[in-house]
Design a protein around this ligand. Structure first.
Ligand SMILES: C[S@@+](CC[C@H](N)C(=O)[O-])C[C@H]1O[C@@H](n2cnc3c(N)ncnc32)[C@H](O)[C@@H]1O
Length: 178
């Protein structure tokens, strides 16, 4: 299931990114998403609060020259990035890492609100939310409540029909007012 949803996630991202785009990986982790984004976009900013994750990814992806590594929390994104065509969140904790270092519901909500105030027509936000663990479930419920009221955006969700706790893919884009 997780594999299928990640496949859908990457298929969606690939269909949206243009070669000149600037994109942000909000959660670098092991760098799988960062690498995928770097292979498609002109410039990638990748954030993580864990320096070890950034350093490991930096080493692994040394052959890419279009990645900026930022050791900071994603709610600080506007300090480093003026504009991006896409913001990608792969929420939760690092697989195989410390499960207590996970994305936090208040910070994720705050960051989505901040992005909503700033993103332009045509910018995209892609989120993978993992509701199979407690913090991830609360995180999803909190931002989902907020997104329900954001009528000026087109918001889509994809989930597995027969697996209640499977990850959820969320795609947000600013609505064309025309
Ligand atoms: C599910 S992992 C990301 C997986 C990654 N995209 C990949 O392809 O390997 C989540 C990551 O988010 C990081 N993280 C947690 N809170 C964060 C925050 N506020 N800002 C930036 N990164 C954060 C964790 O340290 C962890 O590495």
């Amino acid at each position: 299931m997780k594999k299928a949803l990640l496949h859908l996630n990457h298929a969606l991202i690939k269909s949206l990114i243009q070669p000149n785009d600037v994109v942000v990986d909000m959660t670098c982790g092991n760098g799988n998403d960062t690498e995928f984004l770097a292979s498609l976009a002109n410039l990638v900013f990748t954030f993580d609060i864990q320096l070890s994750a950034l350093n490991h990814t930096k080493e692994k992806l040394a052959h890419y020259e279009n990645i900026h590594y930022i050791h900071d929390s994603f709610e600080q994104v506007s300090k480093y990035v003026d504009f991006a065509n896409m913001y990608v969140f792969n929420l939760g904790y690092l697989p195989g890492g410390d499960k207590t270092i996970t994305t936090k519901k208040e910070i994720t909500l705050k960051t989505l609100k901040l992005l909503h105030d700033n993103i332009l027509l045509g910018s995209q936000i892609i989120i993978m939310a993992y509701i199979g663990h407690e913090e991830g479930f609360k995180e999803y419920m909190l931002f989902n409540e907020y997104l329900k009221d954001q009528k000026e955006y087109q918001i889509y969700e994809t989930r597995a029909l027969h697996h209640d706790l499977a990850p959820i893919l969320v795609w947000i884009q600013k609505k064309d007012s025309k």
